[in-house]
Ligand binder design. Structure first.
Ligand SMILES: *[C@@H]1O[C@H](CO)[C@@H](O)[C@H](O)[C@H]1NC(C)=O
Ligand SMILES: *[C@@H]1O[C@H](CO)[C@@H](O)[C@H](O)[C@H]1NC(C)=O
Ligand SMILES: *[C@@H]1O[C@H](CO)[C@@H](O)[C@H](O)[C@H]1NC(C)=O
Length: 508
């Protein structure tokens, strides 16, 4: 396994492999929230409508509600209301439990400023890795608060993406962040779990089901977001067909057609065949200073066809053997070219390790290992790791890394689901050249028009924030002066981008 190669080591976003050091010391000055009184054990049963089954959870006292539905036998959603991060908005956290021994942690925040709460869209956010917790972005990028004081407290983030939208941070796949249970090794299986989570989420919170649903992922989330959207789209189609033929069982009538409206990928890894080539573009021909010599890049371009051939085999067979071979071959090829002292997530930075480049990650890990915080969130596990090396290794073994998740995009576009691809232009790992190149090469009915579309300047407060091209429901945005984690570097512009996207306004 090539887990030590640099691309593997980083790529994927916040694929940051932290040396998990941040064991919590009990004496931290953590913001201790006003905990609501825990309900008496068994109290849930009295507030649940008759059709809900109360499971026997391990520690029922900490949950305010436990929801289930007949259409998803063996699954339940455990819910509590934490008071952390932003006490001004309604929050929920908890777990989806499945009969496959999967336990998915989520943390939800209501929109702060939506004109009508019931109509506000829901964003489902997934970090990459594979293996990194979505709380990474919650606390560093786009959540309503950010980590402060070395992990001892939180400070408000006025650019949180819950400005106009409700947002769910989901720890997935299994064994990422606060999620735990029997392993999952590929993005497709992970996507099906997310579908079930959403069904139960909307069942438990029908008040959020009128708004649109936007599925977003960052980095390796460029795999998850299309895989999840595919699962939703296919299940929606199946449900609609059964509905129209009157074939739904009584239990099935509880299920919803999920209001999937768009899919978004930030500095994603989606089309490896094209994206691997553009490591050289970013290294030598970007708008920033070159990070390797012209000779090195020429060498890279000469070596790339070997890697491309392996990825093509993976795209063709889509099995573990071919795809793992491609990953091994290509990572070994790319690795020697990348200088060790450059931040792969931001070529403007000189630093040697994830934790050195982003000390905040260590603080976030420390914060999430604080017992009072874990108690407030309802964590079932005590040791929180921001990025799981085991999950990353398992995904590599399954060949998931190189698989063509890009193939899931065209059917979504043709079905009228909007697709946004955006990329901070200082990132190397999933750089904008590679992302733009695959969006132009994508085979769909709008290919020629998209490819010929103009790049327009996107202005925020009268200043250029990036450039965008759009044809029909497909947009690509290059974000100026941002690394791999766009809202981390450009919080105000990132909020402008997401708000325009949600309200379907032009991105220029
Ligand atoms: C909550 O509201 C108060 C009063 O409007 C404000 O001062 C505070 O900054 C808000 N907190 C957050 C996290 O936005
Ligand atoms: C993958 O496909 C190749 C080419 O058909 C085949 O040789 C190999 O045995 C397959 N591996 C698996 C695990 O299916
Ligand atoms: C975009 O998708 C919507 C459905 O979300 C569809 O009604 C519309 O026709 C599409 N727009 C274009 C320009 O294709």
């Amino acid at each position: 396994m090539k887990l030590t190669s640099s691309i593997m080591r980083f790529a994927i976003a916040a694929g940051l492999s932290l040396v998990a050091s941040a064991a919590a010391s009990p004496a931290q000055h953590v913001f201790i929230p006003n905990r609501p009184q825990a309900p008496e054990p068994g109290a849930e049963a009295t507030v649940l409508p008759a059709h809900h089954t109360v499971f026997s959870p391990t520690s029922s006292a900490k949950w305010e509600r436990i929801e289930s539905m007949g259409a998803l036998p063996g699954q339940q959603l455990r819910i509590k209301q934490p008071r952390l991060c932003d006490a001004n908005v309604t929050q929920y956290s908890g777990y989806l439990d499945t009969d496959k021994d999967h336990h998915f942690f989520f943390w939800f925040f209501e929109a702060r400023n939506a004109p009508i709460r019931e109509n506000a869209p829901v964003i489902l956010w997934m970090n990459g890795g594979p293996g990194c917790s979505s709380l990474t972005s919650q606390l560093m990028e786009l959540g309503p608060c950010r980590i402060a004081n070395g992990g001892d407290s939180l400070s408000p983030n006025k650019y949180g993406w819950n400005d106009q939208a409700h947002i769910i941070f989901l720890d997935q796949p299994i064994n990422v962040g606060f999620s735990y249970g029997k392993d999952v090794f590929d993005s497709i299986t992970a996507g099906e779990d997310v579908y079930n989570f959403l069904q139960l989420f909307y069942h438990a919170f029908p008040e959020y089901s009128k708004g649109e649903l936007h599925v977003f992922g960052e980095s390796y989330g460029g795999h998850y977001a299309p895989a999840t959207a595919k699962a939703i789209y296919e299940k929606n189609t199946e449900l609609a067909e059964k509905q129209s033929k009157g074939l739904l069982s009584i239990a099935e009538t509880q299920q919803r057609i999920l209001p999937l409206t768009s899919v978004g990928m930030g500095n994603g890894l989606t089309d490896t065949l094209i994206q691997y080539k553009h490591y050289a573009t970013m290294a030598c021909d970007s708008t920033y200073d070159p990070i390797i010599s012209k000779e090195q890049c020429d060498k890279f371009y000469r070596a790339y066809p070997g890697c491309a051939q392996h990825i093509q085999e993976c795209y063709k067979w889509q099995n573990a053997t071919m795809c793992r071979q491609a990953q091994d071959y290509c990572d070994e090829m790319v690795d020697p070219f990348f200088p060790r002292n450059v931040n792969q997530y931001d070529v403007r930075d000189r630093c040697m390790s994830d934790i050195e480049c982003y000390p905040t990650m260590g603080y976030a890990e420390k914060f999430l290992n604080t017992p009072s915080v874990q108690q407030e969130l309802g964590s079932d596990i005590e040791s929180f790791v921001l990025c799981s090396k085991k999950v990353r290794a398992d995904f590599a073994l399954s060949g998931d890394w190189m698989k063509p998740y890009v193939h899931e995009i065209p059917p979504l576009l043709e079905a009228g689901i909007r697709v946004l691809v955006y990329a901070g232009d200082a990132d190397f790992a999933c750089n904008w050249y590679g992302n733009k190149a695959w969006t132009k090469a994508l085979e769909w009915s709008g290919k020629d028009m998209f490819s010929a579309a103009a790049d327009k300047t996107w202005l925020v407060n009268g200043k250029p924030a990036g450039e965008s091209r759009t044809y029909k429901n497909f947009s690509f945005v290059r974000v100026f002066e941002a690394g791999h984690m766009v809202p981390y570097n450009q919080p105000e512009n990132a909020l402008d981008l997401i708000n325009r996207w949600l309200s379907n306004k032009p991105l220029f």
